[in-house]
Design a protein around this ligand. Structure first.
Ligand SMILES: Cc1cc2nc3c(=O)[nH]c(=O)nc-3n(C[C@H](O)[C@H](O)[C@H](O)COP(=O)(O)O)c2cc1C
Length: 399
């Protein structure tokens, strides 16, 4: 099988990931929600944005260096929180954290991590963030952030765009569930991927038993107590701005609000003294018809006028996508699937390769635009079309 580090772009890493992972797991990381129009829409929006490059500008000393939340880093990226990353390669979260550390960028540990945060902290030398989903039993969520603080994590990311279970029908069809459970379909899927069973599943089982969400209460692990525990850790659909205020009081470190898509919410977040927002449609995995971040970034950036930092994500597959979001007002971006494909294809080296591909593409884009530094990017470099309904995707035009 070709090596992950030979892949020429993120799309090639995705192909390798598809071959290596059982179908249930690949679909879980790769796909969107409902009819998946949002996923295609993210790509169409990026593709519809064009650049206005400057010429004859000396770009020989260019740099992607940037400041994010008070830290200088070599490029304007962080690895997004992705639940169950530990299922795509052995201790996938550790691989991602180490690749991020090597690139000098933050890695965000998810509430739904398969590896415990303490182990990731011990294995990584880079900056780590912790992403929180507010559970119905808020006391359990508060205990989790105390645990993150004790582990030495200084940045909390509260995700607020997932107040109901997303409708991802392929998971039901594939029988994908965590903790992984025995089923005929799942069993066949695994028989077809013995390398994954051996390298990821069996190794994880030998270490810690059936892979599961490590930050969930102990009762979640055992079948007899899972039902009662499930009620406590259901996504809290009563969460409000008062809860954000409460979290701000409890958490003395940096606080990021993830999942904002409106200028009024962005302003409200700034008033609530968060340090940054993530303008995100959750990679089109939740609300299928959510607007693409690139379409709302200019209005959000204008409303915030530099009061807090803006991070953006969803759908990034090329360095030029990143540069487009920066020109539209983002200070940095999160990478979700691109890093997961790399990890699935080649562990830590694959994740590092994904980051390197994006870095090289960003660097070339910056040069073509006639810029030495990211701070030179502004709206003048991009044309964002007046938005009309996207043309049908080419696959659908020519079935
Ligand atoms: C497999 C997977 C799991 C995810 N789990 C979480 C999560 O637990 N918490 C969260 O805030 N976002 C989660 N996300 C969303 C990412 O943080 C990020 O917003 C999104 O992946 C960005 O889009 P991209 O994957 O196209 O880069 C997940 C995304 C993926 C692909």
């Amino acid at each position: 099988m070709p090596k992950a580090t030979k892949a020429l772009n993120i799309a090639e890493l995705r192909k390798l990931a598809r071959r290596r992972l059982p179908r249930g797991i690949f679909d879980y990381i790769d796909r969107g929600a409902e009819d998946e129009t949002g996923l295609a829409g993210l790509r169409q929006v990026f593709d519809a944005i064009s650049f206005n490059p400057k010429v004859l500008a000396d770009v020989s000393a260019r740099s992607l260096e940037t400041m994010l939340l008070g830290h200088r880093q070599p490029m304007p990226l962080a690895i997004a929180p992705t639940a169950a990353a530990g299922l795509v390669s052995p201790e996938g979260e550790v691989a991602l954290a180490r690749a991020a550390a090597a690139a000098g960028i933050p890695f965000c540990i998810a509430t739904g991590s398969i590896t415990a945060m303490e182990r990731i902290v011990a294995e990584s030398t880079g900056p780590l963030w912790f992403q929180l989903y507010m559970w119905r039993d808020k006391a359990l969520s508060y205990a989790l952030i105390d645990r993150a603080a004790r582990a030495g994590i200084g940045t909390l990311v509260l995700t607020v765009d997932t107040v109901a279970p997303p409708n991802r029908e392929y998971n039901a069809r594939n029988g994908f569930e965590i903790p992984i459970r025995a089923s005929l379909r799942g069993g066949l899927d695994m028989v077809l991927h013995p390398r994954w069973v051996w390298r990821v599943l069996l190794r994880a089982m030998l270490r810690e038993g059936i892979p599961t969400y490590r930050h969930y209460p102990d009762g979640f692990r055992a079948r007899i107590t899972r039902k009662a525990t499930w009620e406590q850790v259901r996504l809290n659909d009563a969460i409000t701005w008062q809860d954000l205020d409460e979290l701000r009081r409890r958490w003395s470190g940096r606080l990021i609000l993830k999942g904002v898509l409106r200028a009024d919410d962005a302003l409200r977040a700034a008033q609530a003294r968060v340090d940054a927002i993530v303008v995100s449609s959750h990679g089109a995995r939740n609300l299928d018809a959510a607007v693409a971040p690139a379409q709302v970034l200019p209005a959000i950036a204008q409303a915030l006028a530099g009061r807090i930092e803006i991070i953006a994500d969803s759908g990034i597959r090329r360095g030029s996508d990143i540069v487009k979001l920066l020109a539209l007002g983002a200070d940095a971006v999160l990478i979700g699937r691109a890093a997961l494909y790399g990890t699935a294809a080649g562990g830590e080296a694959g994740a590092s390769h994904a980051l390197d591909l994006l870095r090289r593409e960003m660097d070339a884009t910056l040069a073509f635009l006639g810029c030495q530094h990211l701070s030179e990017l502004d709206r003048g470099f991009v044309n964002l079309p007046l938005w009309h309904p996207p043309a049908p995707h080419s696959d659908r035009q020519h079935p």
